[in-house]
Design a protein around this ligand. Sequence first.
Ligand SMILES: *Cc1c(COP(=O)(O)O)cnc(C)c1O
Length: 393
Amino acid sequence: MKLASFSVKDPRLTQRNPPHQVPLVAASSFVFDSIEQGINIFDGVEAGHIYGRFGNPTVDAAADKIAQLEGFGGDFETYGLFCASGMAAISTVLLGLCETGDTILTQEDLYGGTSSLIDTLAPRGISRVTADLRDSERLEDKLAENEGFCIVYVETPSNPTLRCTDLDYLADLTHHYGALLIVDNTFATPVVQQPLLSGADIVIHSTTKYLNGHGTGVAGAIVCRDKDLLEQKFRPIYQLYGGSGNPWDAWLVLNGLKTLPLRMERHSRNAAAVTHYLLEHSRVKSVNYPGIPGHPDCSAIDKQMKLHGGMLSFELEGGIDQAKAFMNRLKFCTLTPTLGDVDSLVLHPATMSHRSIPREIRLRNGITDGLIRLSVGIEDVGDIIADLEQAIG
Ligand SMILES: *Cc1c(COP(=O)(O)O)cnc(C)c1O
């Protein structure tokens, strides 16, 4: 008796009325109905799947959906790859684009993992130059000074200080110097901001965060406008370095994406209310949130962000000691090192997400020892504020 229960001719595989939801295809390989068909699919003459690491219907559906969301409303096509993690997406892009002698221009206050990843490229002759990407004069000087820039890599809003960079301007400048602009859009999501519509070339995501939205899986995605770039530079790395995503995580993300616009609206509304509460509190020293009126980056924010998102950070009077006491007193919000879930999450950047960044660089970028990051959830905002109130004391 054959252990595999489906034959290619099995009516359950070729049914005429498909399932309403994208099925979770848990299979490591795909069957050819003849050797000729197998050869055609390998040659790319006929469409079809081969082996799970190269593609899978559920995984491809998630990649396409994220690509469509990032390009929605634009007059160009978009193409996506669904990856094993946000870091797999970032490493695929960096390894695909950068060669020995190349330089990456980026900001100092990057996601810690991305910053450490760029460190690992140094022995391969790929260097990094940092600048405040919001400071146009210094930026132009840096670009003019260095010949070998292959990419400009930006996170906006930045983590955890929510600084925002003007993407239209950065894209024009990057292209003027013959480089590509890569945007990590994890914090904003395509509901809030679509970097490709501002001229960026590549968007990357940690779908672990808002796109999944429920804290149930680690995955990532790459989206770009240039199909040749994706096929020639990214797909080989994706397939050969083992960075492709798995169908279960893709299925979870597809499920999460159905409520993404609803969630982002509620995250944004709740975060605005929490910001308002914190700004009024006498024991709160400072608050970072893109929706604060008169934000220093408001021209970029107003131009490119449709909502202000669910992330904020703040500092209590009394610095690190008060911050620790506050975090230990929380009952409703959860102390955990992720973001973008439906429930409210708190993290201490200096000892968690940004622990690998030297202290002086952290301080230069506003990441003080007492800074607390809050990923505001979609619960009743009264419950969130009541917890903050009792924990601030
Ligand atoms: C979490 C995160 C990443 C890394 O993603 P993983 O899914 O954890 O690999 C990259 N960039 C940002 C902004 C993140 O928040």
